[in-house]
Write a protein that binds this ligand. Structure first.
Ligand code: PGA
Length: 244
């Protein structure tokens, strides 16, 4: 159950969130929880989550360990804050910051080398879906962005299916639409890494997840978790999603 805060909240607001959120998940069992705030909030978030089992992740990283890359943040820097996860290739990064499948693969390898669990996002745009190209686009994004890893690296990966038309739009994929896409991704993983890896890989659904629709989404066997944007900003709504 992953929350992506995008470009919201300050360090003080981060601490306030955790004050309220921690008791809501204190008794929660059998759910892995990760919250991904903006970079500057990582120290506040890891301090607030200490001793709780809640994992903290970043929303992006650079593929180099260090170097002359003004404004960028590396995997080892993120790891040093105590964060354990990182979102890579989110559609907003692809759409507004020119990220490509090739860059996603480089960043994924950098994350793994830094000891971070990458949550790699794939997903088609509305025009792809309307043109019947959902499967083609997903296969291409997987082939170029994820399936280039060696099997040991792949074992540490989490995949997020985020149809671009469902993100921040209030338009959720129906459980059936999401499950169909998850099935395509799982099939590609199985073909590349074998049946065990296909069964084991975690595939999250993201795009307008709410406390109201999480249960139906999670009832699909190919949906292993959710990546939540807007509804992860409020402790009560994210708590309700985690404890659905
Ligand atoms: P949303 O965002 O839940 O606000 O649609 C999901 C995401 O972009 O990760």
């Amino acid at each position: 159950m992953a929350g992506n805060w995008k470009m919201y909240k300050t360090p003080d607001e981060t601490r306030d969130f955790f004050e309220e959120f921690r008791p809501l998940v204190a008794e929660t069992e059998g759910r892995d929880i990760v919250i991904c705030p903006p970079f500057v909030n990582l120290p506040a978030a890891t301090a607030s989550a200490r001793g709780t089992g809640i994992h903290i992740g970043a929303q992006n990283l650079h593929w180099a360990k260090e170097g002359a890359f003004t404004g960028e943040i590396s995997g080892p820097m993120i790891r040093a804050t105590g964060a354990t996860h990182v979102i890579i290739g989110h559609s907003e990064r692809r759409q507004y910051f020119g990220e490509t499948d090739e860059g996603v693969l480089k960043k994924t390898i950098a994350a793994l080398e830094a000891g971070l669990t990458p949550i790699v996002c794939v997903g088609e745009r509305l025009e792809h879906r309307e043109a019947g190209l959902m499967e083609t686009v997903l296969c291409e994004q997987c082939a170029q962005g994820i399936l280039g890893l060696d099997p040991q690296q792949f074992a540490h990966l989490v995949i997020a299916y985020e149809p671009v038309w469902a993100i921040g739009t209030g338009r959720t994929a129906t459980p059936e639409i999401a499950a169909e896409a998850h099935g395509v991704i799982r099939r590609e993983v199985r073909a590349r890494y074998g049946p065990d890896a296909g069964a084991r890989v975690r595939i999250l659904y993201g795009g307008s997840v709410t406390p109201q629709n999480v249960q139906a989404l999670m009832a699909e066997k190919d949906i292993d978790g959710v990546l939540v944007g807007g509804k992860s900003l409020d402790p009560a709504s994210f708590g309700a999603i985690v404890n659905f």
